[in-house]
Design a protein around this ligand. Structure first.
Ligand code: MCA
Ligand code: AMP
Length: 513
């Protein structure tokens, strides 16, 4: 039987009063979160699957914990998802209800769903007011008792029962829903506990979106499983990171773009107040963790030079949760993602299926272990294609393993996958949307290196009317409205024709020439 959050079961005494989550200036204790999620779990009992309007708010934490408590799979939705992508996700995952905060305006694609309001204030959420001197005064914003000491129902469900369905992009077609069982969530979070000595005393700081594995599972469910707390900044800023780490935060989770932006601030001369405050706050943290994409060594070095602390990387995937990571007591080695985590088997395989065993050999990374998903929702074909006959998951990432087990990712097999700001984006989904624009005759999408985003989305467009090509901003807005803003092209290049081979296939590699 799987109990994901022991600290939320009948919280009493010190743990009931401990802060569980804080978003901006609104926080919930373990007692309040337990009461709110239990009450909501009772209201959604029997629902087949629920969508969660995953804003960066305590309501999202309550909604997801309630669904897990009730044993109902939750489908976190990016609140900025455009019409086409949202229609697909709703049709594919067929939720019976959508959980949202009372003030949220939901788009027409969700109109047919039963709406269930989740209100953190009725759970007794507290607003923490900061005085100019930096001390805190706490005021209750709504009536509510919390539930210190109240008995909770056990929330026990089969380890194989689906916990979450998280949508992730492939090279072509719409995103697929990765079905993550409770077993995988528990196994991956416990492997990180082991690697990072993650305890209930840790206070995690981050500003990640809550509709992906990184921000939601690691960033919210992780602290709750340990009985610790999370402080979400609402929106990423160097000032917010500095403030929260200086005020009790022990760990920082971020994507490389965030560390790059911190490194830019740290580049200011010593004596600059913002730079010095950030350097001191990062220097005082127990653990600075980067993931979702590679953190360039240059940014590693800039942070280390200014703070005396090394950022450590871990390597994961929506389908596999976490695979490898530098340990808290291990050697931080920039450019590597550390050894496999406890319980994870990892091997390298050549294109022809030959399993590599020599140190330093380069091949596709394949993994196996309790951290893996059970499959893609409604896509047995894609699930089968993603696995080898002997049950290993093909990550599509290409890497090597050193003598001491440290893994280095050197690239990925599919050139049609773009990682921008830590988001995985399929070239095909953007091409399809661009082709639906009346001003576009032909389109190809590629990723280009970008110092801030890692890669940026570039659209190569043959206009329907060469005399009046659609403006780059118009195409970006079109993609943002149909898919999501982070998928919009940041650069548009106009061509008379796309380079193609004899079979008519677009030659993407020659685009950049
Ligand atoms: C701009 N915006 C637009 C348009 N242009 N909206 C509509 N139409 C347009 N044409 C808006 C955006 O919505 C946003 O609004 C604002 O402008 C800025 O957008 P953008 O430039 O895209 O944001 P950014 O500042 O570049 O974001 C950088 C970021 C972000 C904060 C680092 O990329 C991010 O949060 N990344 C995290 C990705 C992540 O969590 N990945 C995990 C998946 P507004 O300003 O109002 O917001 S990977 C994973 O889970 C695995 C397991 C793993 O290993 O971790
Ligand atoms: P997603 O499918 O959005 O969950 O993204 C998973 C992918 O992110 C992996 O397959 C890797 O390509 C990439 N990734 C995650 N963490 C790292 C890391 N620390 N270094 C390099 N790539 C990473």
């Amino acid at each position: 039987m799987s109990i994901l959050f022991p600290a939320l079961l009948s919280p009493a005494g010190r743990i009931a009063a401990r802060e569980a989550v804080r978003f901006g200036d609104v926080s919930l204790t373990y007692g309040q979160l337990a009461a709110a999620s239990e009450a909501l779990a009772a209201r959604i009992a029997g629902a087949g699957r629920v969508a969660v309007w995953a804003t960066a708010t305590p309501e999202t934490a309550i909604a997801v914990v309630a669904a897990l408590h009730a044993g109902i799979p939750a489908v976190p939705l990016n609140p900025r998802t455009g019409a086409r992508e949202l229609e697909h996700i709703v049709a594919d995952s067929a939720p019976s209800a959508v959980l949202a905060a009372p003030g949220d305006t939901l788009p027409p694609e969700l109109a047919a769903l039963r709406r269930i309001d989740v209100d953190a204030r009725t759970a007794g959420a507290e607003a923490t007011a900061r005085t100019a001197a930096g001390t805190k005064a706490t005021a209750r914003t709504a009536a509510g008792t919390g539930a210190a000491g109240r008995a909770a129902s056990p929330g026990e469900h089969s380890p194989e029962a689906p916990a979450l369905v998280v949508y992730t992009s492939g090279t072509t077609g719409p995103p697929k829903g990765a079905v993550l069982p409770r077993r995988a969530v528990a196994a991956s979070l416990d492997a990180l506990e082991d690697a990072w000595r993650w305890t209930g005393d840790d206070v995690l700081v981050h500003a990640l979106p809550l509709f992906h594995v990184h921000g939601l599972i690691l960033g919210v469910l992780g602290p709750l499983r340990r009985g610790g707390s999370v402080r979400h900044l609402g929106r990423f800023s160097a000032e917010g990171v500095a403030r929260e780490l200086a005020d009790g935060g022990t760990m920082l989770f971020g994507v490389p773009t965030m560390y790059h932006r911190l490194a830019e601030v740290l580049d200011a001369p010593a004596g600059d107040a913002g730079r010095d405050a950030l350097a001191a706050a990062l220097g005082g943290a127990r653990l600075l963790v980067s993931g979702s994409a590679a953190l360039p060594v240059h940014d590693h070095e800039r942070v280390a030079a200014a703070t005396g602390r090394r950022v450590i990387e871990r390597y994961g995937m929506t389908e596999t949760l976490m695979n490898t990571g530098i340990r808290a007591d291990g050697e931080p080695r920039p450019g590597t993602v550390g050894p496999p985590l406890s319980g994870v088997e990892l091997r390298l395989v050549e294109d022809d299926g030959t399993v590599l065993d020599g140190t330093g050999a380069i091949g596709e990374i394949q993994v196996r272990g309790p951290n893996l998903f059970t499959g893609y929702l409604n896509r047995p074909d894609a699930t089968a294609a993603a696995h080898t006959p002997d049950g290993w998951f093909r990550t599509g990432d290409v890497g090597r393993v050193d003598d001491d087990g440290y893994v280095t990712i050197v690239g990925r097999r599919a050139t049609d996958l773009i990682k921008s700001g830590g988001y995985k984006i399929g070239a095909g989904e953007i091409e399809n949307v661009l082709l639906a624009h009346p001003g576009v005759r032909e389109a190809a999408v590629t990723g280009e290196p970008d110092a801030d985003l890692g890669e940026r989305v570039v659209a190569w467009v043959v206009p329907a009317d060469p005399a009046a090509p659609p403006a780059a901003e118009e195409l970006a807005a079109h993609v943002a409205a149909e898919l999501a803003p982070h998928k919009r092209p940041r650069t548009v290049r106009y061509l008379d024709a796309l380079p193609r081979n004899d079979l008519g296939k677009i030659l993407k590699r020659s685009l950049h020439d």
